[in-house]
Design a protein around this ligand. Structure first.
Ligand code: ADP
Ligand code: ADP
Ligand code: ADP
Length: 213
């Protein structure tokens, strides 16, 4: 099984994808989370990815395809995966098809988190994340029990360096130019489920469940 979550920054991919993972016992692979961990650990991958991420530009296809290829081979991922934030370019989508074909698998469903750009600044600037798990909170829409503290582990939350109004502009530009064509790519195969991502989280979850049933 392979499902993909595609949508602009702040559309709710990281909030909904873990729920799908639990329901279908899939592996949740979020390229943004993996890249941030690499940046924090100053690995060679992180050193190469950091500048593009801080500017709100996409990291090169070769780097992200490499991390997905690596992650897909993990024993814990053999039942399948929900890909969050990948593919973000048509080249990545084609490479993904090739990688899956080698395993006799294919993309089963693409969740399109459709949302108006105007809503995203408030979502992005109010986001707080728990770096090691990727869990996200929002000061207004999904506040943690204690401000600045992860509900599950009690560890501190951080704000992402790229979660500013200025960097969001570049990220949205990258989304419209490079990622929207990915939705067209999958539409041709009838794989896309369009979600009303501007609705409250629980209503989006219901739409996701309908799309996957
Ligand atoms: P993405 O992974 O697509 O960038 P997130 O899931 O991290 O988006 O959501 C961005 C921010 O908006 C987070 O702070 C999250 O708590 C909040 N959020 C997620 N879904 C909704 C929703 N349906 N309505 C309001 N806020 C949401
Ligand atoms: P968001 O959840 O806000 O959409 P992500 O956490 O998915 O953002 O991604 C953060 C940054 O990591 C992106 O702006 C980009 O620089 C990089 N990145 C993540 N996934 C990819 C990808 N598939 N291809 C290229 N760059 C990526
Ligand atoms: P700089 O050294 O330029 O201040 P950082 O290394 O602090 O940059 O942060 C680079 C990126 O990594 C930012 O997007 C930030 O949100 C993220 N980040 C920082 N600390 C962590 C961490 N412990 N785990 C995951 N991501 C992190």
């Amino acid at each position: 099984t392979c499902m993909n979550s595609v949508g602009p920054p702040g559309s709710g991919k990281g909030t909904q994808s873990p729920l799908i993972k639990d329901e279908y016992c899939l592996c949740h692979l979020a390229t943004g989370d993996m890249l941030r961990a690499a940046v924090a650990a100053k690995t060679p991958l992180g050193i190469k990815a950091k500048e593009a991420m801080n500017k709100g530009e996409l990291v090169s296809d070769d780097l992200v395809v490499g991390i997905i290829d690596e992650a897909m081979k993990k024993p814990s991922c053999q039942k399948g995966f929900i890909l969050d934030g990948f593919p973000r370019t048509v080249v990545q989508a084609q490479k993904l098809d090739d990688m899956l074909a080698k395993q006799g698998a294919k993309v089963d469903k693409v969740l399109n988190f459709a949302i108006d750009d105007a809503i995203l600044e408030e979502r992005i600037t109010g986001r707080w994340i728990h770096p090691s798990s990727g869990r996200s909170y929002h000061t207004k829409f999904a506040p943690p029990k204690t401000p600045g503290v992860d509900d599950v582990t009690g560890e501190p939350l951080i704000q992402r360096k790229d979660d500013t109004a200025a960097v969001l502009k570049s990220r949205l530009e990258a989304f419209h130019m490079q990622t929207e064509p990915v939705i067209d790519y999958y539409s041709k195969n009838g794989l896309v489920a369009n979600l009303h991502a501007e609705k409250p989280p629980k209503e989006v979850t219901v739409e996701v469940q309908k799309a996957l049933s």
